[in-house]
Design a protein around this ligand. Structure first.
Ligand SMILES: *[C@@H]1O[C@H](CO)[C@@H](O)[C@H](O)[C@H]1NC(C)=O
Ligand SMILES: CC(=O)N[C@H]1CO[C@H](CO)[C@@H](O)[C@@H]1O
Length: 462
C-alpha cells in the first residue's frame, strides 16, 4: 500500500493545489481521488463564474475585504470612479435607513491595470480596508457565545467548528464589496459590448408594492432619487414610512428587488444545467438574506393558462427581427436569452439581527435571551439593489464569453437565407412584417394573414 499524503515531500510542494491518495490494494490498482482542488479555486464556495471568474475574500471585522477577478478581457479602460460609484451605492451609513457603521469603502486596485488604467487581461485584485469596526459591540455582550437567531452563527459553527464571531465574518453583507467591485467592471464591459444596461430597484417592501415602473425607460437616477431606491416616488414614500416605523421599534423587514437587463443579445445561456435563469438564480441566491428568485412572471405565471401566458412572436416592423409581443418569459426561453429585456425578482428576508430580545442558545448548549446591540440595517433592500445588479452583470459577462468561446469560434458560413432570422430588441433581422402588432395597425397584412388561416404543424412531444 502506497499513500501520498500531506506528510510526503511531493505533496508538501503541491498541497495548496492538489491532494491525491493513490492506493495499491490486493493486486488491484485503483486511485482514490479524495480531494482535488484546482489551482484557480481559492476555496470552496468563494468563487463564481466560469471564464469571467471572481473569488472574494475577507471578514467583516478583519483587515479588509476584496476580490480577485480573473478572465477579464484585455484593453478595457477602467476608472476608479466606475468602481467607487457602485461601492458608494452599497456602502453602510449612506442614509438613516441603513446601518450606521461608517465606512468610506474606498477601493484600492492592486493589479491588472497598466499605468493608463487599461485592463491587462491579468488578474485584477481590489481591496477595501475595514476601518470603523467595533468588535466591542460583540465582545461586551453575549453575542460571542450566543447564536443570533436566523443568522449564520450556528450553522457556521456546525460546519467549521470555529467562526469569526465579530460581525458574522464572511456571512456579513460586507463580503459583497468584492462582488460589487467586480460587478462594476462587468457593467462597463456590458455597456461597451452591446450597450447592455443592468438596472435594479426595490419593487416591494413587506406588502407595499409598485407595479408602475416602465422597464424600457427607467434610469439609475430615477432609482437613486430616494433612499429606498424605488423609482415610483409615491410608493417610495410609503415604503420609507414603513421602514422608519420598523427601525424605531428595533425590528426589521424584507421585500423584493426587481432587476432588468436591457439590450441583451439572443443566444446566451447553455442547456441543460447551465440555463441562463439557473445561473442567474444561483448568482442572486448567493447574496446575503436572499430567499427567493423569480424569472419573468415567476410564481404569478402559474395562475395563467398557456394561451394567456405564451409570448406570441412577431416580426419587428422597423428592424425585421423576431420579437415577442409580451415578455412573460422575462427574456429567457429554453434557458437561453431571446433578446428581450431580462426580468428577474429576488426576495430578501427581514434582516436577522434585530434590537429586541429573542430566545436562543449558547455555543455550549445553554438556553439564553439575546438582544442584538451591534449596528445593523432595519431593511437590507436599498443596499441590495447594487448587489443584485452586480451578480446579474457578472453572470451576463460570463455567459457572453462562454457564447463567444463555443458558438462564435467559426463564423456561420451557411448562406444568409438558410440562417435563422435574428432575434431581439437590438438585432437587425431579414424578416418582413407578417401578422403585425396592433400598435402598427397594418390592416392589409392582418387581413391577408387572417384570410390564409392558421398554419397547421404536426406536433408529437413526449
Ligand atoms: C489611473 O487611476 C488612478 C487611480 O484612480 C489615478 O490616480 C490615475 O491618475 C489614473 N491614471 C490615468 C493615466 O488616468
Ligand atoms: C409585458 C412586458 O413586460 N413587456 C416587456 C417585455 O420586454 C419588452 C422589451 O424587451 C418590453 O418592451 C415590454 O414592455
Amino acid at each position: 500500500m502506497m499513500t501520498i499524503n500531506s506528510q510526503s515531500p511531493i505533496n508538501s510542494l503541491f498541497l495548496p493545489f492538489l491532494s491525491i491518495i493513490i492506493t495499491l490494494h490486493q493486486h488491484h490498482q485503483y486511485a482514490a481521488v479524495t480531494a482535488l482542488r484546482a489551482p484557480m479555486m481559492m476555496g470552496v464556495g468563494n468563487s463564481f463564474g466560469r471564464v469571467f471568474r471572481i473569488s472574494t475574500w475577507g471578514e467583516s471585522h478583519g483587515g479588509g475585504v476584496g476580490v480577485t477577478l480573473d478572465g477579464c478581457p484585455p484593453r478595457i479602460p477602467i476608472t476608479y470612479e466606475d468602481i467607487q460609484t457602485d461601492l458608494d451605492r452599497r456602502r453602510p451609513g449612506q442614509s438613516r435607513i441603513t446601518t450606521p457603521r461608517n465606512e468610506a469603502d474606498s477601493v484600492e486596485i492592486l493589479s491588472g491595470l497598466n499605468p493608463q488604467n487599461i485592463t491587462l487581461g491579468t488578474p485584477i485584485a481590489m481591496l477595501v480596508r475595514n476601518k470603523d469596526q467595533r468588535s466591542q459591540d460583540y465582545l461586551d455582550n453575549d453575542m460571542n457565545v450566543a447564536y443570533r437567531p436566523s443568522h449564520a452563527d450556528a450553522t457556521y459553527d456546525a460546519k467549521y467548528g470555529v467562526r469569526a464571531i465579530a460581525g458574522g465574518g464572511r456571512s456579513s453583507a460586507r463580503e459583497t464589496i468584492g462582488r460589487v467591485a467586480a460587478g462594476a467592471i462587468a457593467r462597463k464591459i456590458l455597456k461597451l459590448y452591446n450597450n447592455i444596461e443592468v438596472l435594479a430597484y426595490v419593487s416591494k417592501v413587506q406588502d407595499i408594492e409598485t407595479t408602475d415602473v416602465d422597464h424600457d425607460t427607467f434610469t439609475m437616477e430615477d432609482v437613486d432619487a430616494n433612499m429606498v431606491r424605488c423609482p415610483d416616488p409615491v410608493k417610495a414614500e410609503e415604503m420609507l414610512a414603513r421602514i422608519d416605523e420598523i427601525r424605531k421599534s428595533g425590528n426589521s423587514i424584507g421585500g423584493v428587488v426587481t432587476c432588468v437587463a436591457r439590450n441583451v443579445p439572443a443566444g446566451l445561456g447553455s442547456p441543460v444545467f447551465d440555463k441562463l435563469e439557473a445561473d442567474l438564480a444561483k448568482a442572486c441566491l448567493s447574496i446575503p438574506a436572499a430567499k427567493g428568485f423569480e424569472s419573468g412572471d415567476g410564481f404569478a405565471g402559474t395562475l395563467l393558462t398557456g394561451k394567456d401566458h405564451n409570448d406570441e412572436f412577431y416580426i419587428d416592423p422597423v428592424t425585421g427581427a423576431t420579437r415577442t409581443k409580451t415578455n412573460r418569459s422575462g427574456g429567457i426561453q429554453g434557458g437561453i436569452s431571446n433578446g428581450e429585456n431580462i426580468e428577474i425578482k429576488v426576495a430578501f428576508k427581514p434582516t436577522s439581527t434585530i434590537g429586541q430580545a429573542q430566545a436562543t442558545v449558547t455555543r455550549d448548549g445553554k438556553e439564553v435571551e439575546l438582544r442584538g446591540k451591534g449596528r445593523h440595517d432595519p431593511c437590507v433592500l436599498p443596499r441590495a439593489v447594487p448587489m443584485v445588479e452586480a451578480m446579474v452583470a457578472l453572470t451576463l459577462v460570463d455567459a457572453i464569453m462562454m457564447q463567444q468561446a463555443q458558438c462564435n469560434l467559426f463564423e456561420n458560413s451557411m448562406p444568409l437565407e438558410q440562417q435563422p432570422n435574428p432575434m431581439g430588441s437590438t438585432a437587425k433581422g431579414r424578416g418582413e412584417p407578417g401578422m403585425v402588432t396592433t400598435d402598427v395597425g397594418d390592416t392589409e397584412h392582418l387581413a391577408a394573414a387572417a384570410a390564409s388561416g392558421p398554419v397547421s404543424q404536426r406536433i408529437d412531444e413526449e
